[in-house]
Design a protein around this ligand. Structure first.
Ligand code: SAH
Length: 345
């Protein structure tokens, strides 16, 4: 089987290139083509000789993703892609425009094991992890297709990034490497449902990224009812890991809180949340109006502003996330599944 060029770091590529009897500097040239100039095939790498390209072509491949569907919002500049991976599986990627530039929401797994009650990505179960190149390609293919350049990345699409730890770390290494794309990890957010061991492992790496923790409820009782992961790592354990993360990295943590009517949008919940997070300040609470999905009758809370005020009055830093791409169900997981049903039905 041909080896995937895009998943190789520069030192790994150098080792491969010298192993086939080529000079080491060729590796850097190739790496620049792949990660700076978005070359989609070896034939585009024009400063490499035809003979070398031929040699590479026999051993290596630059994988591609295919656009299976593309939905463009009529309300804002949000574009949602359904990409097909080389083995025919599909994931979603969402391009969003903020005042500071374009941001890309990428998927980390095909499906998800975590089982959150409100989430569409997990309903059909877990299929497999994405490779480092499949993570990167969501960026490269989207830039190629849209002609827009992406300034920041959120790992908030389908899947649990800390459940695909090694590939996500390799992706971040490739993304931020100076000889390649060179994106500062300050422009990356990683969102987790709260895998405590993963948070500790991530803290050890001391990356500059922003850690977002999907909290959604402030007590074990309420959280376990909507997030099965809470039965594995309870709130105290999770908050303990967040403290250690902050102490190690000095980066303040962002907590996601999807407001669901009648479930977690009341005054008592706000009080509990303040009590829980005050000791972790400075941190940030990102209130998300829940996206209503077919399978569950969770309703979007109309209480967003009031809930935010309760939190800020209690001394927490809180904002309500703006909804983008509302007309194209830009929230993750829905398109992959709709498409599957269309195919089957
Ligand atoms: N597995 C990771 C990242 C993917 S989900 C995590 O759990 O954080 C990205 C964010 O979207 C998480 O905060 C998740 O809880 C939230 N989310 C999932 N379904 C949602 C829905 N229907 N409405 C609003 N937010 C949702």
């Amino acid at each position: 089987m041909k080896q995937d060029l895009l998943s190789l770091s520069l030192p790994e590529l150098e080792a491969e290139i010298t192993a086939i009897g080529e000079q080491k500097f060729r590796a850097r040239q190739l790496y620049e083509w792949l990660h700076r100039k978005n070359a989609a095939s070896l034939s585009e790498c024009t400063n490499l000789s035809a003979a070398l390209r031929q040699k590479l072509d026999e051993r290596f491949i630059i994988p591609r993703l295919t656009v299976r569907r593309k939905l463009e919002s009529a309300l804002d500049r949000t574009v949602k892609y359904l990409y097909e991976l080389p083995d025919g599986e599909r994931v979603e990627t969402v391009l969003m425009e903020y005042h500071h530039g374009n941001s890309l929401c990428i998927s980390t797994q095909v499906g998800c094991k975590m089982g959150c009650a409100f989430c569409a990505s997990t309903k059909a179960g877990f299929v497999r992890n994405l490779s480092p190149s499949e993570l990167l390609l969501q960026l490269y293919e989207t830039e190629r297709d849209s002609g827009r350049s992406v300034g920041s990345i959120v790992l908030m699409g389908i899947g649990e990034p800390l459940d695909n730890f090694d590939n996500v770390m390799k992706f971040l290494e490739l993304l931020s490497s100076e000889e390649g794309r060179g994106m500062s990890l300050r422009h990356v957010s990683l969102s987790t449902c709260g895998l405590v061991e993963g948070i500790d492992r991530l803290a050890e790496k001391k990356l500059g990224l922003t850690l977002s923790v999907s909290l959604h409820a402030p007590t074990d009782e309420k959280r376990s009812a909507i997030m099965p992961v809470n039965r594995r790592y309870g709130i105290n354990e999770l908050i303990g890991a967040c403290k250690r993360y902050f102490d190690k990295t000095g980066r303040r943590i962002s907590f996601e809180f999807a407001l669901i009517e009648g479930v977690n949008d009341d005054r008592e919940t706000a009080r509990e949340l303040i009590r829980l997070l005050k000791p972790l300040s400075p941190c940030h609470v990102n209130l998300i109006p829940v996206n209503e999905i077919r399978e569950r009758d969770f309703r979007r809370s109309a209480n967003g502003k009031a809930f935010q005020t309760m939190l800020t009055d209690g001394g927490l830093n809180a904002t309500v996330r703006r909804t983008l791409g509302a007309d194209i169900s830009a929230a993750c997981g829905q398109l992959r599944r709709d498409h599957g049903e269309e195919k089957n039905g």
